[in-house]
Design a protein around this ligand. Sequence first.
Ligand SMILES: NC(=O)c1ccc[n+]([C@@H]2O[C@H](COP(=O)([O-])OP(=O)(O)OC[C@H]3O[C@@H](n4cnc5c(N)ncnc54)[C@H](O)[C@@H]3O)[C@@H](O)[C@H]2O)c1
Ligand SMILES: O=C(O)[C@H](O)CO
Length: 382
Amino acid sequence: MAKPISIEVWNPSGKYRVVSTKSMPGTRWIRLLADNDCRLEICTETKTILSVDDILALIGDRCDGLTEEWGEVLFSALKRAGGTAFSNMAVGYNNVDVEAANRNGIAVGNTPGVLTETTAELAASLSLAAARRIVEADQFMRAGLYDGWLPHLFVGNLLKGQTVGVIGAGRIGSAYARMMIEGFKMNLIYYDLYQSTRLEKFVTAYGQFLKANGEQPVTWKRAATMEDVLREADVISLHPVLDKTTYHLINPERLAIMKKEAVLVNASRGPVIDEVALVEHLKANPMFRVGLDVFEDEPYMKPGLADMKNAVVVPHIASASKWTREGMATLAALNVLGKIKGYPVWGNPNLVEPFLKEDATPPAACPSIVNAKQLGLPSSKL
Ligand SMILES: NC(=O)c1ccc[n+]([C@@H]2O[C@H](COP(=O)([O-])OP(=O)(O)OC[C@H]3O[C@@H](n4cnc5c(N)ncnc54)[C@H](O)[C@@H]3O)[C@@H](O)[C@H]2O)c1
Ligand SMILES: O=C(O)[C@H](O)CO
């Protein structure tokens, strides 16, 4: 067992012991827990990733709820310590073995909705940065290499009138699509297991508006296969969940059918792309560009990626706006608090605004519990 690790304690006499494995942004989440009879222990270790032993030490022999890769060992330790609640500070929960949580009767919270626009904005930023070669040009400028305007200097791709391809048109994929369509008047082709009627209606309406103003209307198409998107689109952004169906969804065969000058963006999960194959593709196709927020072996990049000028890479910052991160912390804390208090689960995890109003008391509900059905938790009528 690892030695006890450093913690900061809030409301030491609180009845329920809640542990946060990381310090989270803002103070509202701390207040909400402390004002509701929770003794909150926040891990203040400076290392980014805690080991299983570290987390076991944090759980100790009594813990009511916890906010981090979670599987059988940790969920059974949390259960032995009397805990019933866990929350990810993330919408994606591929790091959590939900079946292990079910076996141990632990509710698993996540933080949807609050990060949709922020994440889509970063995907849009990566699309622009890659299409217009912004990072390469910035490095060139700083290196003192600019000695005057040239017709061929950092020529990239125009987005207007081109086709944006979205794979996974859920909350974030749809928000990204709307930004690219409305912002750059791109046409849409998307692939998802489900039809995105709202997105289709938006593009139709925006197309009619453009037409009425004498402009070329934008269009949409729901692709029958992912390959159709990869063949047709000029910019492709990946927004599916990571599961068995999306692991290495972008592989050598699929890279080969994409346009030679396409832009590929990934702000979903690293393993959705076969990163070794991507590095080979970038080497062979210098006009093909990528914007990556996530990596297959995060925090590491596959060999060669860091040397590729046609890759823009950022360290998993897609949801990193102050408002969003504070909101994620609040939702994570309220998931745990709600379960401890026996509150029902909020009816619509896509509509979480009522939990985010700074000066208002949040609804008496858990904002989003992914295994609510499996655990038979009641649903809120609010
Ligand atoms: N980089 C970041 O910081 C960051 C931030 C937020 C979310 N994410 C990732 O983005 C993902 C999407 O988040 P969301 O809130 O939009 O989720 P969501 O559930 O609203 O959307 C995911 C979409 O993917 C679709 N999908 C599932 N399997 C598919 C497949 N095989 N092919 C095509 N589409 C498929 C689903 O039908 C759904 O519409 C999260 O799971 C998370 O992993 C990353
Ligand atoms: O899934 C998520 O929410 C992210 O990866 C963290 O923003």
